[in-house]
Design a protein around this ligand. Structure first.
Ligand code: IMP
Ligand code: MG
Length: 172
């Protein structure tokens, strides 16, 4: 059994999510934003974020293939589950669990820009800036973390650990 060590507690996450939700609610007041979560990792963050916001929002999810990330630019990334909501003219906020190389996000933003949303921004709960290979703008960042593989709060290692309420690192 792999051992996990907590690096950000559920209470710290909840406090930060509330701050992000307040900021987003202010910025998107009367804009009926469409929040687009990237599956699967963002499902926990998304559900906490929307419930902490004090404005209405619509929700959709998209799923990207996870293999091939970061090799030749972002050429190997594919969409495994499409959006179900037209985004043309919408204020779109992409909700991501963690940004690592930035490849998947960069691909997704290019894809979405072609569909002409009214605005397009990104909210990522965790950010590993030292790992970045593609420069991607992140408008709302929860926590910057060092270069370590983390699990919990929706994030997995081989589909395990998503259920853990705190952010953890895996210990051998
Ligand atoms: P990127 O394209 O390299 O930025 O990869 C981003 C995706 O890889 C995230 O949405 C996560 O699903 C996954 N990922 C990156 N780092 C971690 C980690 O430390 N733990 C779990 N998943 C991660
Ligand atoms: Mg993800």
């Amino acid at each position: 059994m792999d051992k996990t060590k907590i690096i950000i507690t559920r209470e710290e996450i909840a406090r930060r999510v509330a701050e992000l939700a307040a900021e987003i609610s202010r910025d998107y007041k009367n804009k009926n934003p469409l929040l687009v979560g990237i599956l699967k990792g963002s499902f926990v963050f998304m559900s906490d974020l929307v419930r902490a916001m004090n404005i209405p929002a619509e929700i959709d999810f998209i799923r990207l293939s996870s293999y091939g990330r970061c090799t030749e630019s972002s050429g190997k990334i594919r969409i495994m589950k499409r959006l179900e909501t037209p985004i043309k003219g919408r204020h779109v906020l992409v909700v991501e669990d963690i940004v690592d190389s930035g490849c998947s996000l960069s691909y997704l933003l290019d894809f979405m820009r072609l569909r002409k949303p009214a605005s397009l921004k990104v909210c990522a709960l965790f950010d590993k800036p030292s790992r970045r290979k593609v420069d991607v703008p992140i408008d709302y960042v929860g926590f910057q973390i060092p270069d370590a593989f983390v699990v919990g709060y929706g994030l997995d290692f081989g589909e395990k650990f998503r259920h853990l309420p705190d952010l953890c690192i895996l210990e051998e």
